[in-house]
Design a protein around this ligand. Structure first.
Ligand code: FES
Length: 220
C-alpha cells in the first residue's frame, strides 16, 4: 500500500488561496458577535452532557485588528464568552468579519473553513479531533460525530512487523477505523486505512499528525 501524500506546506496553501476567485466580494456582511455567540451556544447545548477531556484546547474566533475582538469557546465547561478567556492550549481562527458572518448566517462551517480565508493558530501545533469535530461538523451531525469520537472502543490487538510483535489499540483514535489489517511500513509506522494518519510503533504508537496515540507496546 502506498503511503499517503505528504502534508502540504504553508506556502502551498498561500498559493492555493491566491488562486481562488473572490466569491465573497459582493456579499454584504452584517456581522453580529451576539448572533455568532448564539449560534455557538446552540452547538454547545447539543453536547451539554458529554464529558470532554480536560486537556481540550480552547477554541477562539478572532475578527478584530490586534486580536481584541474575539470570543472563546470552552468545550469542557460548555461555555462561550466574549474576549480571550483563559490560558494554555488553544485553536485560534483569525479572519475578517465576513468569514464569521457567514458562519452565523447559515453557511456550513466546513465550507467556510475550506475557503482558506482564515489564519489558523494551534498551540500546541497538533491536530485535536474533538475541537475539529466541534468546529467543522454540521449541527445535525455534531452530537453523533462527537459521541463516536469519545466512545471509540478500547479493545487491544497484536500486530507483527519486521519479526517483532506489539500490542496496540485496535481502533484508530481519530474516527475509530479498525487497525487490524492496517499497513505497517518497513520503518515501523502503522498507517490508518481511513485517512492515512501514521502511528510510530517505535515511539509508543504516537501519531505524527495529532497528539493521539494507539498505545503501542512490545508483546512477548
Ligand atoms: S480514522 Fe481517520 S485516520 Fe484513522
Amino acid at each position: 500500500m502506498a503511503d499517503p501524500i505528504p502534508r502540504p506546506t504553508h506556502e502551498a496553501f498561500l498559493e492555493l488561496r491566491a488562486g481562488k476567485p473572490d466569491v465573497w466580494g459582493a456579499l454584504e456582511a452584517k456581522f453580529d458577535a451576539a448572533v455568532l455567540m448564539a449560534v455557538v451556544e446552540e452547538r454547545l447545548d447539543q453536547i451539554w452532557d458529554l464529558d470532554i477531556p480536560e486537556d481540550m484546547p480552547r477554541i477562539v474566533f478572532i475578527w478584530g485588528e490586534g486580536g481584541q475582538d474575539c470570543l472563546t469557546i470552552d468545550l469542557v465547561e460548555k461555555r462561550v464568552e466574549r474576549g480571550l478567556v483563559g490560558s494554555g492550549a488553544s485553536l485560534k481562527l483569525i479572519a475578517g468579519e465576513k468569514y464569521f458572518w457567514l458562519m452565523h448566517n447559515g453557511g456550513r462551517w466546513q465550507d467556510v473553513y475550506l475557503s482558506l480565508q482564515a489564519e489558523v493558530e494551534r498551540k500546541p501545533d497538533v491536530f485535536n479531533t474533538i475541537a475539529n469535530v466541534f468546529v467543522f461538523s454540521d449541527p445535525s451531525n455534531l452530537r453523533d460525530a462527537l459521541l463516536s469520537t469519545l466512545r471509540i472502543p478500547k479493545e487491544r490487538i497484536e500486530r507483527r512487523w519486521d519479526g517483532r510483535k506489539c500490542r496496540i489499540d485496535r481502533f484508530c483514535p481519530h474516527q475509530g477505523a479498525d487497525l487490524g489489517n492496517a499497513h505497517i511500513t518497513e520503518d515501523g509506522f502503522l498507517v490508518c486505512p481511513r485517512h492515512g494518519w501514521r502511528f510510530n510503533l517505535n515511539n509508543g504508537g504516537r501519531c505524527t499528525a495529532s497528539s493521539d496515540t494507539i498505545n503501542s507496546e512490545a508483546a512477548d
